[in-house]
Design a binder for this molecule. Structure first.
Ligand SMILES: Cc1ncc(COP(=O)(O)O)c(C=O)c1O
Length: 434
């Protein structure tokens, strides 16, 4: 057993060097290098807002790619999942099974009105694939996505994800895909008017991976209106924004839109078992009704995953997490903006946030990554943005208490103070959102 190793279920766990080597040999070399860049810590446990390492350090987890609105290991989720794990984790898929039906019912109860039918999957990208297939069954074979939009990395979803660095190595992707600018509808209207009845349009209420890009309030209603006018299938991808992340149950709620299909993921897992879903209108769903084997996967709707989803939805209700996300977001945004500006000045191009999805855009690439590393040094895990090198993203859990919020302010202040001086005398780069 190595010096820093601790016993796990299977015996001693490897120390830093051993684990890095094992990653290099068996998993992914680049991932091993990244782990070292972020301090070489080995995470072994998480609870609430914190993640703990094998060496006894703890980090406030404001990352997690938006999964952990309820924090880690929420007791309600753990109770649902543990009970189900010991009782009946996978189904025969021959008999009917209650967890899937009850999870679907609980999800529909909080979904925008008119969305009544549910297909469960595992990842956000699988939910996107399902929506693409739903649209095709209704004759919509052209796909319209947005510039810098992020929808996942399976082949169909990747065709919609608007960033060439992820697409290039895997071409050819799906044919018939257009990307239009996000947040305005002129190009969308022009495109849709040339393909009446043919398009499937997919948008995010706030572009998360593009760097927390918030559209004008009339954007989604206008997208919906255009989809209706030109007979397009409207998919709203709330994999990152849904279930309270924006301080409302859905981005759709804020502006009163109802898509043909709403995509849910991340938080639906309760941070425990991968779960995603498409919640659709009965019309959109109808072909799947006719043949239940048309679109399936082995673990879709498995009782263990469904228990996690039920637990997650129960936790959101019990702890009033959607409202807490709104209130905490309203506190964090101005305070963190003030801290970032006080150190970085004009290097901070913009700070954007809705609920607990916060993005700090800098005027050159590199700052966000640098700050990310320093934040880890100071005890906070944050994320970069997959489709923007300019934006540091924070997705704190809604369960932060006063002392945890203060810890975040202090760590953010120290990290900014330490890193800002290196950027005080450089010239600006080009930003995608300049
Ligand atoms: C809006 C959106 N859609 C889809 C996905 C893909 O989800 P997954 O990584 O679970 O496949 C993501 C992931 O970040 C996302 O943010």
């Amino acid at each position: 057993m190595s010096s820093s190793g601790k016993n796990t279920q299977d015996g001693p766990s490897p120390g830093r060097e051993e684990l890095g080597e094992l990653y290099r040999r068996r998993l992914n070399r680049g991932r091993a290098t990244l782990g070292e860049m972020f301090g070489g810590h080995i995470e072994t446990r998480s609870q609430g807002a914190w993640v703990y390492t094998s060496e006894g350090r703890r980090f406030l987890n404001c990352g997690g790619y938006g999964v952990l609105l309820m924090g880690a290991c929420h007791p309600t989720v753990i109770r649902h999942v543990s009970e189900q794990l010991h009782r009946h984790p996978v189904a025969t898929r021959v008999f009917l099974e209650p967890q899937a039906a009850l999870a679907a019912d609980a999800l529909v109860a909080v979904a925008p009105p008119g969305l009544e039918r549910v297909h469960f999957a595992g990842s956000g990208a699988e939910a996107v694939e399902t929506a693409i297939k739903m649209a095709r069954t209704r004759g919509h074979r052209r796909l319209v996505s947005t510039v810098n939009g992020y929808h996942g990395k399976t082949m169909g979803a990747l065709s919609l994800t608007g960033r060439s660095v992820f697409q290039e190595p895997f071409r050819p992707l799906l044919p018939g895909v257009d990307h239009v600018p996000y947040g305005e509808t002129e190009a969308l209207e022009k495109l849709l008017s040339g393909m009446p009845g043919e398009a499937c349009v997919i948008v995010e209420p706030v572009q998360g991976e593009a760097g927390v890009v918030i559209p004008p309030d009339d954007y989604l209603p206008r997208v919906q209106e255009l989809c209706r006018s030109y007979g397009a299938f409207f998919v709203l991808d709330e994999v990152q924004t849904g279930l309270g992340r924006l301080g409302t149950w859905w981005g759709a709620d804020r502006v009163g839109v109802t898509p043909d299909a709403l995509l849910v993921g991340k938080g639906l897992s309760g941070g425990v078992v991968p779960v995603s879903a498409v919640v659709a209108t009965p019309d959109a769903f109808s072909v799947f009704d006719r043949d239940p084997y048309l679109h399936t996967s082995t673990f879709s709707g498995a009782p263990l995953a469904m228990a996690a989803a039920r637990g997650a939805l129960a936790a959101l209700h019990e702890d009033d997490l959607v409202e807490r996300s709104r209130v905490l977001g309203e506190e964090l945004l101005p305070r963190l903006t003030e801290i970032a500006r006080s150190h970085f000045g004009e290097t901070v191009r913009e700070v954007r946030g809705r609920g607990l999805l916060l993005g700090f855009e800098f005027d050159r690439p590199g700052v966000a990554g640098d700050l990310l590393i320093e934040l880890v040094e100071q005890g906070v895990v944050a994320n970069h943005s997959l489709n923007s090198d300019f934006v540091l993203r924070l997705t704190p859990p809604a369960v932060l208490n006063r002392s945890e919020t203060d810890f975040l302010y202090e760590a953010f202040d120290r990290a900014c103070r330490l890193r800002a001086p290196s950027y005080s005398d450089q010239t600006e780069g080009d930003s995608p959102h300049a």
